[in-house]
Design a protein around this ligand. Structure first.
Ligand code: ADP
Ligand code: MG
Length: 872
């Protein structure tokens, strides 16, 4: 037996081995110690002698729970089953490793988050050019979700690799043996890294395997040529790994989708994080992220698809309009939308159900769920007929009700199917006459036994006599010791317990034979019938999978329409040029989270008149960060084909979105340093194009003030002159507002605040012009810092401002240097002597934006300020 164990251990590599022995799974040696620690199992030992083997175990029906726990803790787990019935075994029962489960290969419901794809990723570095430098390498990347059958491949340059990995958020990544550095720094703590033999990445082997899987003679049909061999190698290695671990044909892997980065908006890892698209910065949860807040899908399939759409906003207007048309129709046609809602509420996660069928682990309940889902398809088809938008029309046409399969399942499966095949009862009465006969024979036998018990009780006069059953000697009669003497002599004693004795009779044994064999035969037949049903479903995998994808799409479109209706969104207009014009835009997350009407909407116009680079100043807490993110998120939402939180929006197609947060603003990352901030900024300056959208939040903050201002200043100049992309730059460096005078595309904006009763009131309204001061001391006052400190700070501030200005002027004069002729002038005025602060304030006011009430409040505040001055 231990030799069998050693063979299984060999076959499972570095996995923890669960070894089936009768009704238990056992672990030995190091695995037993691991299990004791991780699962809290008791450590015992097999063979009590000197060379005792550590051992731990649990009952077989607890497999799912323990497996889940081990995988969640980052272990790879192999399951070794008994693959023949112990009754039929000659000698040792045959055993085999039937699956190896790791975070990237899970198909079991218990281990998966329904609303997220669970990706296994494979990475291969492939040298294409002749030179040995980084530019001659391409990275083949393939990813698959074995719980749905989604399988994609691409090839990218190194800097794109990290972004792609960040977005996929893989739970496991495969790299060739000895090259763990390929994904260095790109993986989160929860990602398992698995090294795979190099031959499995070899192009020839990979090509063969893929061809066999898809049953094609050549791979040309998949459109992967442009990616070169790298993508094939990565995809082949991934498939090889899945086959090895799943030990199944993986029927649900029926195609390999090419992923073309150029069709999607490029969003790098830092932007992804700082816009909190799929998870929050603090806590890293889906809840509270854009995805979590805007998801109105009713099925996990729809939620997962929305996640993918958000990861990959489109860049082709036609493709976006295609989605928008469908969303618009569902938005307008309330009857259609509510019909769809009723339907979607009743369907199951068909994608994951099919995956389980495909790997041979589907339960009777799974098939029942497939049947129930199919039973709604005719109504759904009817509901969609008469739709106008091309996509909805197409989805209706493609929907295949699979009536034949559905009625076969419906006639065979019991109404309430059990979750396992263990206890039978999943095939409906009336489906198989043979099964029904066996069942009634077995049931009849049980009835006979019940009656027999009664008869014996009467005959012997022992009312407490009862019939029991155990595995060792089948049915028996049991009586307490008190009545022992009343038993007739033909009773054969089998067992003596403390207070009772157990007997059998020839009659009882004869019936037992009948009951047990009928029961056994019925169970076997029921399993066979079930296997046939599974086979039927398996044969229809491709059609069912296409239905699943259609339902996912409908659900995702429904969710977007529902959101648009609930939150009063508008349909964005899309353009090829670089316009960006939003009326009454709102932040999609705060819009939902804040109480109704509490969020202050803002307009945005980026064009030649209103400036292409907006500098946004204003005190802390005024709403700068919120505003600039809101603009980026609206553009992003528009390009996934969603309506947007605004009264109207015109969006010129964005090819890349960049969002950066200054080091000290991004506290939660722990390791945030100025170096990181600048590396990320470098990335923007090197890769942004005139069609990109850049939002910068307090860049330059991570260093000393003069360093910071100078860097920020130069970055603005560069973005304006060299790139010319749409940019929103939120900054507390007031000095930057001077740039407006010299650069035609730069415009100053600020977030309006007003002072009221010695306090500042945030209006959260973006207005033209620069903020008059940074209000730090006011905020301190608000926060409850003692008055003495505030007053003293005010004095120091005034002193500092006057001295640094003098010094700075002298420096600037000296350093007029190589800059453009106009630049030296700006530098002179940069810290030039201020006029009275009130005059500045009035200059910066956009009178058209003021309500009479705020105007009055401001007037009051100014009067108080002048009064204070003359008092002080
Ligand atoms: P800043 O970056 O200027 O310091 P934030 O953008 O972080 O300010 O906003 C501070 C807080 O103000 C936010 O947490 C939010 O609650 C609130 N806020 C921001 N913008 C608005 C708005 N337009 N309407 C209502 N509340 C807002
Ligand atoms: Mg901020």
């Amino acid at each position: 037996m231990m030799r069998q164990y050693e063979a299984a251990k060999q076959a499972s590599g570095d996995a923890v081995l669960l070894f089936r022995m009768g009704d238990f799974y056992e672990l030995f040696h190091e695995d037993a110690r691991t299990a004791a620690k991780v699962l809290g199992l008791t450590l015992t030992s097999r063979d009590k002698s000197a060379n005792a083997i550590p051992m731990a175990g649990f009952p077989y029906h607890q497999l799912d729970g323990y497996l889940a726990k081990l995988v969640k803790q980052g272990f790879r787990v192999a399951v070794c089953e008994q693959i023949e019935n112990p009754k039929d075994a000659k000698g040792l029962v045959k055993r085999e490793v039937t699956q190896i489960v790791s975070p990237g290969t899970i198909t079991d419901q218990e281990l998966l988050d329904p609303s997220q794809n669970n990706y296994l990723v494979s990475v291969l570095r492939y040298q294409q050019g002749k030179t040995k430098d980084e530019s001659s390498y391409r990275y083949g990347v393939a990813w698959a979700d074995s719980s749905t059958g989604r399988f994609c491949a691409t090839a990218v340059a190194q800097h794109q690799l990290l972004d792609l990995l960040a977005r996929l958020n893989a739970s496991e990544v495969l790299v060739p043996q000895g090259q763990p550095e390929l994904v260095e720094g790109a993986l989160s703590r929860n990602t398992m890294r698995t090294e795979r033999p190099r031959w499995s990445f070899a192009i020839a082997a990979a090509t063969d395997l893929l061809k066999k899987q898809f049953k094609v003679a050549v791979l040309d049909g998949f459109g992967l040529e442009e990616f070169g061999p790298a993508a094939i190698g990565a995809a082949g290695a991934l498939l090889e790994y899945l086959k090895e671990t799943q030990k199944s044909t993986l029927l649900h892997f029926d195609r390999l989708q090419p992923y073309r980065q150029s069709q999607f908006v490029e969003i790098d890892a830092a932007t992804w994080r700082s816009l909190e698209i799929s998870r929050t910065i603090r806590g890293g949860a889906r809840e509270g992220s854009l995805l979590g807040v805007i998801d109105r899908s009713l099925t996990p399939m729809g939620s997962r698809l929305l996640g993918e759409w958000l990861s990959n906003p489109l860049t082709q207007i036609q493709a976006i309009e295609h989605r928008l048309d469908a969303v618009a129709e569902l938005f307008r046609n309330q009857k259609l939308r509510s019909g769809l809602r009723d339907y979607l509420k009743q369907v199951y996660d068909l994608q994951r159900l099919l995956a389980r069928v495909s790997v041979g682990r589907s339960s009777p309940r799974d098939l029942g769920c497939i049947e129930k889902t199919l039973s709604h398809l005719p109504e759904l088809k009817k509901l969609l007929t008469g739709c106008h938008s091309p996509w909805l029309v197409q989805l209706e046409l493609d929907l295949d009700p699979c009536t034949e399969l559905k009625s076969q399942l419906a006639s065979a499966l019991a109404d309430a199917c059990p979750p396992t095949t263990k206890d039978g009862g999943f095939i409906k009465r009336g489906y198989s006459p043979e099964l029904d006969d066996l069942r009634s024979l077995a049931a009849g036998g049980k009835q006979w036994i019940a009656k027999y018990q009664q008869t014996i009780c009467q005959q012997t006069g022992i009312p407490s006599l009862k019939i029991g059953y155990n595995k060792v000697f089948g049915y028996y009669l049991e009586t307490t010791n008190t009545h022992r003497d009343k038993l007739p002599p033909e009773f054969i004693r089998k067992q003596t317990l403390k207070n009772a004795e157990r007997f059998i009779t020839p009659e009882l044994k004869a019936y037992e034979e009948k009951v047990l064999s009928a029961d056994g035969q019925a169970d076997e037949l029921e399993l066979q019938l079930f296997e046939r049903l599974r086979e039927l479903v398996r044969a229809a995998t491709a059609r069912l999978k296409s239905n699943a994808d259609i339902i996912a799409t409908l659900d995702c479109l429904y969710g977007l329409a529902q959101l648009a209706s609930e939150q009063s969104y508008c349909r964005p207009q899309l353009f090829e040029d670089s316009v960006l014009s939003i009326v009454d835009g709102r932040h999609p997350v705060l819009d939902v989270v804040e109480p109704l009407g509490a969020f202050v909407p803002n307009d945005t116009t980026i064009d030649d008149d209103a400036g292409i680079l907006h500098l946004i100043t204003g005190p802390n807490m005024a709403g700068k960060s919120t505003y600039i993110r809101q603009v980026a998120l609206i553009a992003l939402m528009a390009q996934i084909g969603s309506f947007v939180p605004a009264k109207s929006a015109s969006v010129g197609i964005v090819d890349k979105i960049f969002a950066r947060v200054g080091a000290s603003d991004e506290l939660s990352r722990g390791h945030s340093t100025f170096m990181v901030e600048m590396t990320e900024t470098a990335r923007i300056l090197n890769t942004a194009t005139p069609r990109s959208l850049v939002i910068l939040d307090e860049i330059g903050r991570g260093t000393s003030t003069y360093d910071g201002v100078s860097l920020a200043w130069a970055i603005v100049e560069y973005l304006h002159d060299q790139i010319g992309c749409r940019t929103l730059f939120a900054t507390h460096y007031h000095e930057l507002t001077e740039l407006e005078t010299d650069f035609t595309g730069v415009c100053n904006y600020n977030v309006a605040v007003t002072e009221w009763d010695e306090k500042i009131v945030f209006l959260h309204k973006i207005v033209r012009g620069s903020a008059d001061k940074s209000y730090g001391i006011h905020v301190a006052k608000l926060a409850g810092v003692p008055n003495w400190v505030n007053q003293r700070a005010q004095q120091i501030l005034e002193k500092l401002e006057s001295t640094t200005q003098r010094e700075q002027q002298r420096e600037n004069l000296k350093a007029a240097g190589p800059a453009k002729s106009s630049r030296s002038e700006i530098q002179l005025t940069l810290f030039g002597s201020p006029s009275h602060p009130l005059v500045e304030k009035i200059k910066a006011l956009d009178a058209n934006q003021l309500t009479p009430m705020t105007a009055l409040q401001m007037l009051h505040a100014w009067k108080d300020e002048l009064q204070d001055e003359s008092d002080g």
